[in-house]
Design a protein around this ligand. Structure first.
Ligand code: PA5
Length: 444
């Protein structure tokens, strides 16, 4: 089994009849998804994307990736939110284990995901003596953070190579027709890739948004898509008992109704850290609205057992955990025997670090359920592009189902606009004069 949803440590918190109660709601929500009849139904393109993706563009992505690999050793991805988190999640998750062949691939850097002069200066310093290509990614083509970073990095590239050569090193991923970035790309002749109209930012990792940079990093995008497509087929039933993505959504919803309003996605490997960030955006932006929603948070154990562990064990009982464990047989390390045994660790000699991790995980799960923290366990068979594609689709489908069970539109993000409008008004952007006046009157 590629992905196992284990409810062994949940039985104390959810009874069988609770699944029976929610099952009819799952069936209705499944119908809304499959028949595209629910709220946000114009953003369901991600559902059959692993099968119905643009094959011609997919081939163009592979060709462009090869060219970029030959042209640069530093590849800068400019984007924010859904326009970079998925890429970063995949690259970090598979880094060093899944790069195809023995080739040397460009290092991937990120910009436009913050407003930090320090980060930009660091990046420019790193890139000074490197060959550089850029992929600027923005669905709207107007988001301020990546737009500002692009202006600065474009100038850097033009100074380094001249305008003509710089233009060949800039790749744009955006809407097929709309937005400033699209017009700019057409004018400059940048190679352009498309974010489909019916795929929202946080569901776009399996479009050119994620595929181009991930392919540049040397990751097998065929395997990634195959994994996602196999998950699409595996999770096609409307029956909760035959669809683990829906079961996970149901578990979350049942726990939320019992007052468990914070979900901790638990990893045991630093390489899942940015996947957790992608997951947080996926669930947080999809569900947190209308005064409702589970707050998605994350921890890496054992690291955080020594910081947040105390709270999880004995703090306010609003938490549940979803443990994501990845069977990583490619990375092993046996603890050595030491004749002197001054550190007293010979009882561990000959055991692999992975075995130690498994025991730490079970010990923690038992302690946490004893402390009143419900525990869902997702086990991934392998650390590979295929399994990661499978997991990505699992989470996307579970998120859509969770949103409908919660009674929200999982595919919009009206709340993200509030800070942007204030910022534009405060920066005197044309068109925001009235809001600027109103903010000034508040005198804060
Ligand atoms: O999920 C989303 O829609 C958002 O997180 C966007 O991806 C993010 O705001 C960036 O927007 P854009 O790609 O338009 O620059």
């Amino acid at each position: 089994m590629i992905l196992k949803l284990n409810d062994k440590y949940l039985k104390k918190f959810i009874s069988e009849h609770e699944y029976e109660c929610i099952a009819p709601m799952v069936t209705v929500a499944d119908k809304m998804l499959r028949e595209k009849s629910g709220l946000g139904n114009s953003f369901l393109g991600w559902m059959d994307l692993p099968e119905n993706y643009d094959k011609k563009e997919f081939e163009r992505i592979k060709i462009a990736a090869k060219r970029i690999q030959a042209d640069c050793d530093a590849f800068i991805v400019i984007g924010i939110g859904g326009s970079y988190l998925g890429t970063r999640a995949i690259v970090d998750f598979l880094n060093s284990v899944e790069r195809q062949g023995n080739g040397k691939y460009p290092e991937i850097y990120y910009a436009g995901c913050n407003i930090s002069a320090a980060s930009l200066n660091d990046l420019l310093y790193i890139c000074e003596n490197k060959n550089v290509c850029i992929n600027v990614i923005s669905k709207s083509g107007t988001t301020t953070e990546p737009a500002v970073a692009f202006r600065i990095l474009r100038a850097f590239l033009e100074k380094k190579y001249g305008v003509e050569e710089a233009n060949k090193r800039i790749y744009v991923t955006t809407d097929k027709a709309r937005g400033t970035l699209k017009s700019f790309a057409t004018q400059q002749g940048y190679e352009t890739f498309v974010i489909p109209d019916d795929v929202g930012g946080r569901f776009s990792v399996l479009t050119a948004v994620g595929l181009l940079p991930v392919a540049v990093a040397g990751i097998d995008i065929d395997a990634l898509m195959q994994g996602a497509n196999d998950a699409r087929i595996a999770y096609s039933s409307a029956d909760l008992n035959k669809n683990d993505a829906y079961k996970y959504a149901a578990m979350r919803n049942i726990l939320y109704r019992k007052g468990k309003s914070v979900e901790l996605l638990v990893g045991y490997e630093p390489f899942v850290g940015t996947l957790q960030e992608w997951w947080k955006q996926l669930f947080g932006e999809s569900e947190g609205k209308d005064g409702k929603g589970i707050f998605p948070a994350s921890v890496i154990f054992s690291t955080d057992l020594h910081s947040l562990g105390q709270y999880i064990q004995e703090g306010e009982r609003i938490l549940f955990e979803t443990v994501l464990s990845v069977n990583d047989t490619k990375s092993m390390y046996t603890i050595p025997y030491d004749e002197a045994n001054i550190d007293g660790l010979n009882f561990l000699a000959g055991r692999d670090i992975n075995e130690l991790k498994q025991i730490a995980m079970r010990a923690t799960q038992l302690a946490h359920i004893d402390g009143g923290v419900p525990n869902i366990h997702i086990e991934l068979e392998e650390r590979s592009a295929y399994c990661l594609g499978y997991l990505i689709y699992f989470f996307e489908l579970a998120c859509a189902m969770s949103g409908y069970l919660l009674g929200v539109n999982p595919f919009d993000q009206p709340g993200v606009e509030a800070y942007k409008k204030n910022m534009f008004a405060m920066l005197s952007k044309p068109g925001y004069e009235e809001l600027r006046k109103a903010l000034e009157e508040r005198n804060i």
